[in-house]
Every structure is written in structure tokens, then in C-alpha cells.
Design a binder for this molecule. Structure first.
Ligand code: 5CA
Length: 162
């Protein structure tokens, strides 16, 4: 039988189940702390990893979530301009305090309070994507459509051009 999930992963699983999804949180034996490690653990392309990055609005400290393809760097100016805000990446301790999850396992959902969310349109080209599920070992598989409905996020171009 499967081991019980760690508390933070369980929180994500409980949220998904409560929302009526049958997505299953999986705890991997190897690290999923970074998008590349997650892809290696799962055996998928790094671009199929939906990484959840938290940014804060300069001045107000309000947080927003950007769920980006693991292959992309997020262009903070592009996202900020689209939202009419000036953004910077939030510090790890702030992220933990406000979302309830630590860097390396931030899920796209199930935060202490829902965050305004932007979704990377590059994720839409895949049938299946994977997201973190609360810990640096936990992930779950989903579809771009379900990422959209779970988060209520807005799809846009967030990619930093090389
Ligand atoms: N579990 C994996 C795959 S979903 C994961 O969480 N990947 S991640 O890319 O979303 O998380 C690592 C991200 O956390 C990095 O891309 C980086 O943007 C951010 N990060 C890493 N260290 C810090 C830090 N000290 N403060 C704020 N953000 C950080």
C-alpha cells in the first residue's frame, strides 16, 4: 500500500479531491525541487513542468502567482506591464508565510488564500503537464484546461526572450 502523504502534499491532495478532481498526488523517491529535477524524476520534458512562481507588487506587497513552463524564464516586466503593476520575485520567507508552502514545492492551488494567477500559454501545447504538490518530492499530473479551471488564471505570454 502507498505510504501516507506528507502533510503539505496531503493538503494539496485534499484540495484537489474537494474540488471534484481525481488527480493523484505522487511522492517521488527522487527530488522534484526544481523543474529539471521534477522532469527527471517523472520522465517527462522539462517544458511539461508547470512551475509556480510567486511575485509581489512593489509598494503594496500584494502577491501574484505565475504558473510557467519549466523551460521558460518568466519576464517579470512583461507580466507586470500586462497587469499594470510593477512586480518583483517574492522572497522565500514571504512566500512560505503567505501561501503556506515552501519554495521548491509551491503548488498552483491550495494556498492559504487564493492568489491572482497568470498562466504561461506555452503550457497549452501539451496534453499532460505536471505541477508541484506541496513538497520538494510531490507532484501531480493534470491538463492545461484543468489548470485553467482550478486556478481561474489568465493565459498569456510570460516568456523571457533569450
Ligand atoms: N517543484 C518544482 C517543480 S514544479 C518547483 O517548485 N520548481 S520551481 O521552479 O517552481 O521552484 C523553484 C523556483 O523557486 C525557482 O525557479 C525560483 O524562481 C524560486 N526560488 C528559488 N529560491 C528562491 C528564493 N530564495 N526566494 C524566492 N524564490 C526562490
Amino acid at each position: 500500500m502507498a505510504e501516507p502523504l506528507q502533510q503539505s502534499a496531503y493538503r494539496v491532495q485534499a484540495y484537489l479531491t474537494e474540488k471534484g478532481h481525481d488527480f493523484e498526488v505522487k511522492e517521488m523517491s527522487t527530488s522534484t525541487r526544481t523543474a529539471q529535477e521534477a522532469a527527471d524524476s517523472i520522465g517527462c520534458a522539462v517544458a511539461q513542468i508547470a512551475k509556480s512562481l510567486v511575485f509581489e507588487e512593489k509598494g503594496t506587497g500584494r502577491l501574484i502567482l505565475v504558473v510557467a513552463s519549466g523551460a521558460n524564464r518568466v519576464d517579470v516586466r512583461k507580466v507586470g506591464a500586462a497587469m499594470g503593476r510593477s512586480l518583483r520575485q517574492a522572497k522565500g520567507d514571504m512566500v512560505k508565510e503567505k501561501t503556506g508552502f515552501a519554495i521548491g514545492g509551491i503548488p498552483p492551488v491550495a494556498h492559504s488564500k487564493p492568489l491572482p494567477t497568470i498562466l504561461d500559454r506555452d503550457l497549452r501545447q501539451y496534453e499532460i503537464i505536471w505541477a508541484a504538490a506541496g513538497t520538494p518530492h510531490a507532484v501531480f499530473q493534470l491538463t492545461p484546461d484543468s489548470l485553467g479551471s482550478l486556478t481561474g488564471g489568465e493565459w498569456m505570454d510570460v516568456r523571457e526572450e533569450k
